[in-house]
Design a protein. Structure first.
Length: 292
């Protein structure tokens, strides 16, 4: 049985009205399984006998036909009833900053670095080359600015709800990021992450050298990180969730049972199987609770 999940960050939203809109736009007949509220979100899960709705749903999402989030799967969504894995990108997914841009801001090279970051995240530049170039612009900068950036790292709304939800069910948690371990360590400690796959800034005598001190974590390596954690923890492929917003997240999104473009760049929304545009990360926790 195929499943449709409808959610909005708005407690005045009526999921059944959303279901009628989906049915009208896609020709599907939806039967409600469950409805639930979580914090400031309301969502519902529906079943349908109609397969192959994903393209129709995505088309209507892209056109702005829906002002709520809706996912469709021909199988079933991941569930809290089994052990699972969730991996997130860091910058603009787990936290609402671009870490390298904020480091650059404090070192007086923000505009140059941010322009390259934007091009890379939209898919206009090779990520590894762009990272090498951006990090080189930080050369001789005081590494103490990293501590300043930590103080302004605002977590994405709902991250705490999502992490608590999956942790209570024994899921494993990871961050696969083109960002830096020196910033991700804050979330690693807070949420007891099982894996961090990220870049690391080389530091010597308290100064940034303009280099990374490990292999560059690009799209391919991020994908490897997701699969390595799956293998290590013996996670069923149907129980993997991945979220990201940039072009270098697409390869890891592809290997997930639920691969989500989170408030993502246009290229990522076009290519990812599912998109979350209106709600925050609470929506993913709500889906898991509804499907468990």
């Amino acid at each position: 049985m195929s499943q449709v999940f409808i959610v909005k960050k708005d407690l005045s939203f009526v999921p059944d009205a959303g279901a009628l809109k989906v049915a009208s736009a896609t020709g599907a007949s939806l039967n409600k399984i469950a409805e639930m509220t979580l914090n400031d979100h309301i969502g519902a899960l529906y079943s349908t006998d109609i397969k192959g709705l994903k393209d129709a749903v995505k088309k209507n999402v892209a056109s702005g036909e829906f002002d709520f989030d809706v996912f469709y799967t021909d199988e079933t969504f991941p569930t809290l009833n089994k052990k699972g894995e969730i991996c997130l990108d860091m910058d603009m997914t787990s936290v609402q900053i671009e870490g390298i841009d904020e480091i650059a801001r404090r070192l007086g090279v923000f505009e140059k670095v941010a322009e390259i970051t934007s091009r890379a995240m939209h898919g206009g530049l090779d990520f590894a080359q762009s990272l090498t170039l951006r990090v080189s612009m930080l050369k001789d900068g005081d590494a103490a600015v990293i501590e300043d950036v930590k103080t302004i790292m605002h977590e994405t709304d709902g991250l705490d709800v999502l992490m608590d939800t999956v942790s209570r069910s024994g899921w494993v948690k990871g961050i696969c990021s083109g960002g830096f371990e020196q910033l991700i360590c804050v979330l690693e400690k807070k949420y007891n992450l099982d894996m961090v796959c990220a870049n690391s800034l080389e530091i010597a005598d308290g100064r940034l050298t303009g280099r990374v001190d490990k292999r560059i974590v690009d799209a391919k390596v991020k994908r490897e990180g997701v699969l390595e954690l799956q293998q290590k923890e013996n996670i069923d492929a149907s129980q993997i969730i991945v979220l990201g917003d940039g072009a270098n997240d697409l390869k890891m999104i592809e290997v997930a049972a639920l691969g989500l473009a989170y408030h993502a760049k246009p290229l990522v929304q076009e290519k990812a199987p599912f998109c979350l545009n209106y709600s925050d990360l609470t929506a993913v926790a709500l889906l898991l609770k509804l499907n468990s």
